[in-house]
Structure formats: C-alpha cells, structure tokens
Design a protein around this ligand. Sequence first.
Ligand code: DGL
Length: 281
Amino acid sequence: VSPTIGVFDSGFGGLTVLRELLRIIPGAHYVYLGDTARLPYGSKSRETVVRYALSSARFLEEHGAELLVTACNTATALALEDLQEALPIPVIGVVDPGTRAATRACGDAGNGERPGVLVLATQATVDSHAYARSCEAAGLLATEKACPLLVPLIEEGWGSEGSREEMCEVTSQVLRIYLREALESTSNARAVLLGCTHYPLLRSAIEQTLSELGHPIPVIDSAQATAEAVAEALAARNLVRDDVHDRCEFFATDSVAKFARLGTRFLGSPVENVQLIDLGG
Ligand code: DGL
C-alpha cells in the first residue's frame, strides 16, 4: 500500500509544492488541506499561526497522513517545532529545503565571505527570522524582505506565470519597488530565494525585473528541494510506494469552487472534487 502524505498550506500556494511532490514521488496517496478560511497566515501573530497550523495538521493526521509536509513558509517559520512536538508522524517544512536549494545555487563566494541570498517572504516569516537562522547554519548570509502585497495581488489573479508584459501593471510596479528596495540593502546577493508559496507564480517577472535592475541572479524556490527531502524521509522509513497512479484528495476550509479555480493555476493541472471542512476560527 502506498504511503499517505499529508500536505497543508494556508491556501492554494502549497499546491506548487504538491506539483513537485507528484513529479518526484509519483504513485503516492496525497491528502491536501488548504486552510483558505483563515488565510492569510502571513500577517498574523505566532500564537495564531501555531493554533491554525496545529488544527490543520491534526486534521490530516486523523485523515491517515503518515508524513506531513508543511508546504507553507509562514507555518514552517513560526510553527514547525510545535508541529513536530505535537504530532507522532514526521513533519517536513519548506525553510531548510529552500536554504539547501539556495546553497546549491550560490556556490562558494570564493573570498572567504558568506555568499549573500535575498529572501522574499511574508511579514510574519521575515519577522521570525527563520530563514536568517537557516541560512546562517548553512553558511549563507540572508537579507530578508517582506513583500506583503504580493499574496493578495496573486490571489486576485493579477500575477502571471509568463513574462512581466502579460502581468497587471500594478503587480509589475509593486514587484519593482520591492526588489529595488531589497537590492538597496544588499548589493552582493547571489540568488533570490522565494520564501512564500505564492511567489513561484511570479518567477519569470521576478527574473526579468532583477535583470532590469542590473542584478540578473538566479531565482530559487523550495518546492523541488522539499519534495526531495520528503523522498529521503520516505526511503529512510521504508515507506515504499507501489501504486501506479497517484491519488489526490483535496480539502479546503472555505469556498470549494474558488479552491478548484485558483488551485488549478497553482497545481498546473485540474483540481477536482474539493471537500469543504470546518476547523473553527
Ligand atoms: N502560504 C503562505 C506562505 O508561504 C502565503 C499565504 C499566507 O500568507 O497565508 O508564507
């Protein structure tokens, strides 16, 4: 029997992680929960994010998850240790895998200095400094930049997976302002790490804007590295998969129609049969 892998996010963004899980670990049973009723997590306090994350994680564990992926940067940054303590199953977050991917991209600065990495994330993730700590442990110097307007713009459909020209002018300007401000405080960044589940949907626009600002550096996200970490954890626990087809179940705490519509964009394939659940306030 294939392992059941629980994946949870505050909303749709974690589907960018599920997309990579399906690619790297096909043939597993995935149970995805988007806590859309309580999104955004990124502007809330640690206490609230921990409470929300615990109830979401418990739902997935009760639903048979044998391993949990916290596919939300804010929940990972603020609540990973609480989740690991509270749950009897392994819990994998996205921050350390993201840092690992950034390390690969940055290489060695070559002058004895730590390579710089610019981390874009929600306000709560930035305030937690989880990325700064993770990067420091990996020998990188992180500059963290909160981009609080990007999640609502992407949710509104005002982003674009294509080039910046295809994107709404407002989003393009907001992105430019954030990147210009960030680069003013760190001129030696060797990579940009997308520390929020939504930002991979702006990857091309971010790359293009960085080039225009004179910093054509690689843009990294944690989705692939997280899926690799999950594959390692499964192998270490002998949780082998033997199904030919993947199975995905989707749950959301708010409108299932909206989840299916926006989710399809984040997953890159149709999100169907979403079930509504109530986790309280
Ligand atoms: N999933 C969140 C993250 O990756 C972004 C959306 C939110 O603020 O809830 O930080």
